[in-house]
Design a protein around this ligand. Structure first.
Ligand code: ADP
Ligand code: ZN
Length: 518
């Protein structure tokens, strides 16, 4: 059977070899197993079900949410001589009848079906009678409210596993954090699926995270080292986009703004000029980039922190498509996180808020991480890296580590003394012996930990406490004024049974581009 797969890869698709994991996935599905495939866009997910569909007898049903996507894939398959069709609401009645007739006559190797079509008009009854080779659920994150594109019709696809227990099912997506992933598996009844994660690494992109203090100056310092290079600067609001673009232009940089509030004509002009290299820097909201296929984007700067690691990954991924070195710079400000949190918390869907806060926290944790950026990034998608990457700010200048046992113990016991009912600022005030009226009102100047941390600055304490949160010694109750609480991990440290090393805070200069001619 594997040889058939390889022959089909060569003869039908014209490719010499499978990409990493494609072969395993194809063989697993051909052997009748369920699979969950997480690969980035462009990673080659389609072949993972198309090849098995051609190896197995019967018709493969592919559930896909977008009619345009369906049409592209079916056209491409037909181009390669594969009998494929689609069944969706864009068909006329006559066309729909013709597709169903082909399906019954066994003339189709693949049928792409919109989820609402699959679930209506007795379609399920119809296919019970037919030899179905496999089910492929494309864009599988649509089944999960945790994903960014929840579709209620998708939530009903779980019935397939019950009605057709013997037909292999393969679910595919490009974006899924661990929550979304387990949600997909449980909703689709894929408890026994083999999971494959592949292809997320973009080794030519250098990740760099710098604490934001004077962002515009940091940006111009960065651009000064890259005079002939094109790139994208992402900011969160339209106002900020326009402000930054104007200031760059005033500084003699060929820059333009791009956001959804601009007239179509202007957006097209910016896109074209960027593609033709007439504009060097596009300052944009997330609206920019969806359809951009510019291979020589040399850098992506995040002027504001993105809302999730998925967004960060997707946006930085627009750099370096040509495989040449590219840079992703994130300006990371604690103030920004507070603003983003506030915005999320003002939303009135509690479930949605919880999900968005979780995603935001994961993003903040990435920015605060003191370990190889690529490991953290890939780890989020469940992709493993054998060793540190050597191409990120942390790998290039690892943070200095110091024995923080004593200070960590002071901070933890202070959290305990204030009854695990206060946030970081209050804890620091107590540690530093502040005389503010809140402390006096609460009589916290009587606590044994009052003033035991006078020797450290407020910044030093907040850096230390953030690391304690990040490493899991403390948790922050986000639903409740970010109150700090101890976790189980804190106990041995407090009892003096354990030592703790932490990273010394890094400085926030943007390092000028290193000369590559050496
Ligand atoms: P995805 O669905 O993951 O976004 P696609 O299945 O559309 O990705 O594949 C992206 C591109 O990679 C397509 O042009 C496809 O033909 C190509 N591709 C996929 N697998 C291989 C392979 N084994 N060898 C060469 N090209 C491949
Ligand atoms: Zn690294």
């Amino acid at each position: 059977m594997p040889d058939t797969a390889h022959r089909i890869l060569n003869e039908v698709f014209g490719f010499k070899a499978f990409r990493p994991h494609q072969r395993e996935i194809v063989e697993h599905v051909i052997a009748g197993g369920d699979a969950f495939v997480l690969m980035p866009t462009g990673g080659g997910k389609s072949l993972c079900f198309q090849v098995p569909a051609l190896c197995l007898p019967g018709t493969a049903l592919v559930v896909s949410p977008l009619i345009s996507l369906m049409k592209d894939q079916v056209d491409a398959l037909r181009e390669n001589g594969v009998p494929a069709g689609c069944y969706n609401s864009a068909l006329t009645e006559a066309e729909a009848r013709r597709v169903l007739a082909q399906l019954h006559a066994g003339e189709l190797k693949l049928l792409y079906v919109a989820p609402e079509r699959l679930l209506s008009d007795g379609f399920i009854e119809r296919i019970k009678e037919l030899p179905i080779s496999l089910f492929a659920i494309d864009e599988a994150h649509c089944v999960s409210a945790w994903g960014h594109d929840f579709r209620p019709e998708y939530a009903q696809l779980g019935m397939l596993r019950e009605i057709f227990p013997q037909v292999p099912m393969i679910a595919l997506t490009a974006t899924a954090d661990s929550q979304t992933r387990s949600d997909i598996l449980s909703q689709l009844g894929l408890s026994r699926a083999a999971c494959y994660v592949a292809g997320f690494d973009r080794p030519n992109i250098r990740y760099n995270v710098v604490e934001k203090h004077k962002p515009f100056n940091q940006l111009t310092a960065f651009l000064a080292g890259r005079k002939d290079e094109a790139g994208i600067v992402y900011a969160l609001s339209r106002n900020r986009v326009e402000e930054v673009a104007d200031k760059l232009a005033a500084n003699g940089i060929k820059a333009a703004a791009y956001h959804a509030g601009l007239p179509d004509k202007e957006r097209h002009r910016v896109q074209d000029a960027f593609l033709k290299d007439d504009i060097r820097v596009v300052v944009a909201t997330v609206a920019f980039g969806m359809g951009i296929d510019k291979s020589n984007v040399r850098f992506v700067v995040h002027y504001d922190m993105p809302k999730s690691i998925e967004s960060y990954y997707q946006e930085t991924g627009r750099a370096g498509r040509d495989g040449l070195p590219a840079e992703a710079l994130l300006l990371f400000g604690y103030g920004d996180i507070a603003i983003a949190r506030g915005l999320i918390e003002s939303g009135n869907n509690a479930e949605q808020n919880r999900i968005e806060l979780h995603k935001l926290n994961c993003m903040a944790a990435f920015a605060e991480a003191q370990t190889c950026r690529r490991r953290v990034l890939l780890g989020y998608f469940g992709d493993r890296l054998e060793k540190d990457c050597g191409n990120c700010d942390i790998c290039e200048s690892p943070p200095e580590r110091f024995d923080a046992t004593e200070n960590a113990r002071k901070a933890l016991s202070c959290v305990y003394r204030v009854g695990q009912r206060f946030g970081m600022m209050h804890v620091i005030d107590v540690l530093r012996g502040s005389q503010n009226h809140r402390i006096l009102e609460l009589r916290h100047e009587k606590l044994s930990t009052y003033g035991i941390g006078k020797d450290l600055s407020q910044d030093a304490w907040s850096g230390l406490i953030r690391q304690l949160v990040h490493l899991g010694y403390l948790e922050q109750d986000l639903a409740n004024y970010s109150v700090l609480r101890l976790t189980e991990l804190a106990r041995p440290l407090l009892k003096g049974e354990e030592k703790l090393e932490l990273a010394r805070p890094r400085d926030s200069r943007v390092v000028e581009k290193k000369s590559t001619s050496a």
